[in-house]
Design a protein around this ligand. Structure first.
Ligand code: NAD
Ligand code: ZN
Length: 349
């Protein structure tokens, strides 16, 4: 088993990565939780595929209840949260019980936010089931739901008690969701790890090395979160490609481009333009482009009214007043934060 420590100020915990770990989840949870009850929050897709398996291992030691939500972004809502919290209350879940978030980023964010707020905080464990959630959303403690006005606008920083990652679960994941996660994997290589970038370039079968890849990504995220849990400084580097990416997602009303697809374009476009401005080593954007293509991700900015895209970017919640902080690469594996006037973003798209 590969393990990693996350040393966030509010809580220290372990990320455990192992093929097939789901089947032994009960044994692992038993070591860090002395209570008797578990409440698993999942979505109906994940439940259909894995409920029996997770129930079998957890029921060896605990009384287990399940809450299943509809798959998809719309479940990150006050409505779904309210329904879930009512169920928790009906089931008499107390502060000494444990919640298990079993699903992709949607389930992780929703179950995490419920855990952070129900009875003012119940411990929870992340068992992420998509590549994106295994390399990104399950680590670092950002939990949230959406508003009509925008994504992730209501949330908290609330670290899990542990994260258990089973790469075997990815075998049932739709290819498009796998590619989505690959955009974040490529991002980690770009900002911090040239070796990871080169491994991705050279490998002929990603599935064979996926366990190490997930470990490396989690290691980078854990390192950054350990330094800046509350996203006031260095954690911003995880936003490479996201400023333009969020703009693209928003302009197309979150329908045409998934998060990973939009981030992929964002990483290429910002690097191409920062090369032109002499801020990034020549050839970097092409390297990114080649890797994105290899993992079935597009890189070209879609046809879009420039003003609309700029407006969408300027509304990003990461903006501070008249300024935007963007992440640029010096070269692959080496990034920095640059503060620009909001209007200057047009030079980067
Ligand atoms: N908290 C954070 O730090 C953070 C970071 C990045 C993204 N996010 C959030 O993550 C969410 C996206 O997460 P996601 O990409 O995992 O999407 P998701 O949770 O919607 O999962 C994608 C789809 O795959 C299905 N699925 C999940 N696991 C499966 C499996 N093993 N086999 C087959 N199907 C499976 C789901 O039912 C769903 O239909 C967004 O809401 C985003 O805001 C949060
Ligand atoms: Zn992202």
């Amino acid at each position: 088993m590969l393990t990693l420590n996350v040393n966030a100020k509010s809580r220290q915990y372990k990320i455990n990565i192992k093929r097939g770990i789901l089947e032994k989840l009960g044994d692992h949870i038993k070591l860090l939780y002395k209570g008797k009850r578990l409440l698993v929050i999942t979505d109906t897709n994940v439940s259909r595929l894995y409920k029996e398996k997770i129930d079998r291992t957890l029921s060896e030691y605990f009384k287990v209840d399940f809450i299943e939500v509809e798959p998809g972004e719309s479940s990150k809502s006050f409505k779904t949260m309210e329904i879930c919290c009512e169920k928790l209350a009906q089931l008499n879940i107390t502060r000494s019980d444990l919640i298990v978030a079993f699903g992709g980023g949607v389930v992780g964010d929703l179950a995490g936010f419920i855990s952070a707020t129900y009875l003012r905080g119940v411990d929870f464990i992340q068992v992420p089931t998509t590549l994106l959630s295994q390399v990104d959303s399950s680590v670092g403690g950002k939990v949230a739901i959406n508003l009509e006005s925008g994504k992730n606008l209501v949330g908290n920083f609330y670290q899990p008690k542990a994260v258990f990652i089973d790469p075997d679960l990815l075998s049932t994941l739709d290819e498009k969701y796998f590619s989505d996660g690959m955009a974040e994997v490529i991002k980690y290589g770009c900002i911090r790890d040239e070796k990871l970038f080169n491994n991705l370039k050279e490998c002929t079968d990603i599935n064979k090395i996926i366990e190490e890849i997930i470990y490396t990504c989690c290691e980078i995220k854990a390192d950054v979160v350990g330094e800046d849990e509350l996203d006031k400084g260095i954690r911003m580097i995880l936003n490479f490609g996201h400023t333009i990416g969020h703009g693209i997602e928003k302009v197309f009303d979150y329908k045409k481009y998934s998060h990973g697809e939009a981030v992929a374009i964002g990483m290429y476009v910002i690097s191409k333009n920062s090369e032109k401005l002499g801020l990034t080593k020549m050839g970097t954007a092409d390297e990114i482009k080649n890797l994105l293509e290899k993992y079935n991700l597009s890189y070209e900015l879609p046809v879009v009214e420039e003003k609309n895209l700029i407006d969408a970017i300027k509304k990003d919640k990461k903006r501070t007043g008249e300024y935007l902080k963007i992440i640029l690469l010096k070269e692959i594996g080496n990034c920095y934060i640059k503060k620009i006037k909001s209007d200057e973003i047009k030079n980067y798209i």
